[in-house]
Design a protein around this ligand. Structure first.
Ligand SMILES: Cc1cc2nc3c(=O)[nH]c(=O)nc-3n(C[C@H](O)[C@H](O)[C@H](O)COP(=O)(O)OP(=O)(O)OC[C@H]3O[C@@H](n4cnc5c(N)ncnc54)[C@H](O)[C@@H]3O)c2cc1C
Length: 432
């Protein structure tokens, strides 16, 4: 069953929609999709949300599941760097959720969730409210734009794209590279951890370098990393840069990539096209600013973000918020370190969360979690590297199981082939 904003408004009648904007507590607002039995509402139909919705229905079909996303089509970030490299299309990264409805009876709602009343157990969409017994939030990330002087949340991404939410931003960055002269300078800034996809910025460097090597070989990439070192697969990335892009750690004037650690972006100037780290200012013909991150805004509005004002603390077995009863948070938005903020982590957390939500709703014992994560990063179109680990809960914390994973022994053509099958499988699982 699919409902959109128009059908909601039809159901409600126009009068009931009046006066909803900006009202945080809406117990009196129109209830849409009246709740008849037990219900879980899921906010966000990305890597975490689509899977938790599907697995709750697969585990206990007597529980109604309502899955809400503002977008009808989901565009995946994993492998979106390859679009910038020029050997994948954004369409290949795009899925819909119709089959979650057809095959599993998930009720789809396409609307913006504007508020959550955790006391009344209702979420607010543009058409009214939807009641829940349990709520799962998987809203991904939003940005801490305010930490960069001169950054305008609306204008800056149009000039200095982040491309950290796949879609038009990805295509804009690609277009800017295509329009740049041969011999131009691309500047890329990496935010402090934790951020969505630890190896992602370095794969982005590879993919920009791959494009430039093939089309604008006299160009240069300056990478400013706010962190002490490359935060994931450092040795393998350096090896790839040296092998394919002439990187020289001792002499940044050589090769295509000039990498600088402990170099945190503090200020930008959109007119001058410069970035500043408090020590120096550099000009870029193309500037890819990846801002600092936090849990998706709706998690902040729901009051489930911790004292750090960034991420959501959760019970590591159930992913239930430690701040709001019957609200679970999974994916990038939750704190589950040492698990990285990745699509695969979100998928794994979603399955654990789904099982334990069903156990809780049926008064059964909780199931101890076992998670897995693998992150593929492409060095060129033909070579990739991975990092992987298995995680479990111990003493209330998530830990990496000793000796359970590691990184690829070398740059590998096989990993590049396996990676393509990983993305196909995970996107198929989310959309079938
Ligand atoms: C360049 C790049 C490369 C990456 N590569 C990899 C990789 O190779 N492997 C990997 O595992 N991970 C990778 N990732 C990380 C991965 O994309 C994220 O970790 C993953 O998307 C997190 O899943 P999520 O469910 O938390 O959020 P998302 O998948 O972002 O889903 C969030 C959903 O919530 C919706 N939403 C948010 N707020 C609202 C609201 N208020 N109302 C309605 N809907 C809302 C959004 O529209 C969105 O559909 C990469 C990320 C980037 C940026």
């Amino acid at each position: 069953m699919t409902m959109n904003r128009r059908s909601f408004m039809k159901l409600m009648g126009a009068a009931t929609g009046v006066g909803l904007a900006g009202v945080p507590y809406l117990s009196s607002a129109a209830e849409i999709l009246p709740k008849k039995g037990r219900r879980v509402v899921v906010v966000g139909a990305g890597f975490g949300g689509s899977i938790v919705a599907k697995y709750i229905r697969m585990t206990d079909p007597t529980i109604e599941v309502v899955l809400i996303d503002r977008e009808k089509k989901f565009i995946a970030c994993p492998f979106s760097n390859l679009v910038i490299g020029g050997f994948r299309t954004l369409e290949e990264n795009t899925i819909t959720h119709d089959k979650l409805a057809a095959n599993h009876g998930v009720k789809l709602v396409f609307d913006e969730v504007t508020a959550i009343d955790t006391a009344a157990k209702k979420v607010v969409v543009s058409g009214g409210t939807i009641a829940y017994d349990r709520l799962v939030l998987s809203p991904g990330i939003d940005f801490r734009f305010e930490e960069i002087e001169g950054y305008d949340p609306v204008k800056t991404p149009e000039i200095m794209p982040h491309a950290w939410k796949a879609g038009p931003q990805t295509l804009l960055l690609k277009k800017q590279l295509e329009s740049m002269k041969d011999g131009g300078t691309v500047v890329l800034t990496v935010p402090p951890t934790p951020f969505r996809c630890p190896p992602g910025p370095y794969e982005r460097i590879n993919m920009i370098a791959f494009y430039l090597k093939n089309h604008k070989p006299n160009s240069k990439i300056i990478a400013w990393d706010a962190n002490e070192d490359i935060v994931s697969k450092a040795g393998l990335f350096r090896k790839g840069w040296t092998k394919h892009y002439g990187y020289d750690a001792k002499d940044s004037s050589k090769g295509m990539i000039s990498y600088h650690n402990n170099s945190k972006l503090t200020k930008i100037d959109m007119k001058a096209m410069t970035v500043d780290n408090g020590v120096e200012s550099v000009h870029g013909d193309v500037i890819n600013v990846i801002p600092q991150q936090k849990a998706g805004l709706i998690a902040h509005k729901a009051g489930v973000v911790g004292e750090d004002k960034k991420w959501c603390p959760v019970n590591q077995v159930t992913f239930e918020s430690t701040l709001a009863k019957d609200v679970h948070v999974i994916g990038d938005a939750c704190s589950a370190a040492p698990m990285p903020k990745s699509g695969y982590s979100a998928n794994s957390q979603a399955k654990v969360c789904a099982l334990n939500v069903v156990q809780l709703m049926n008064g059964q014992d909780l199931i101890p979690p076992s998670h897995v994560n693998v992150c593929y990063s492409y060095i060129t179109d033909k070579e990739a590297v991975t990092v992987s680990a298995v995680y479990k809960e111990a003493g209330g914390k998530t830990i990496a199981v000793p000796n359970s994973g590691g990184v690829s022994p070398d740059l590998s053509e096989l990993e590049a082939i396996y990676g393509k099958s990983w993305i196909k499988n995970i996107l198929t699982e989310m959309s079938s």
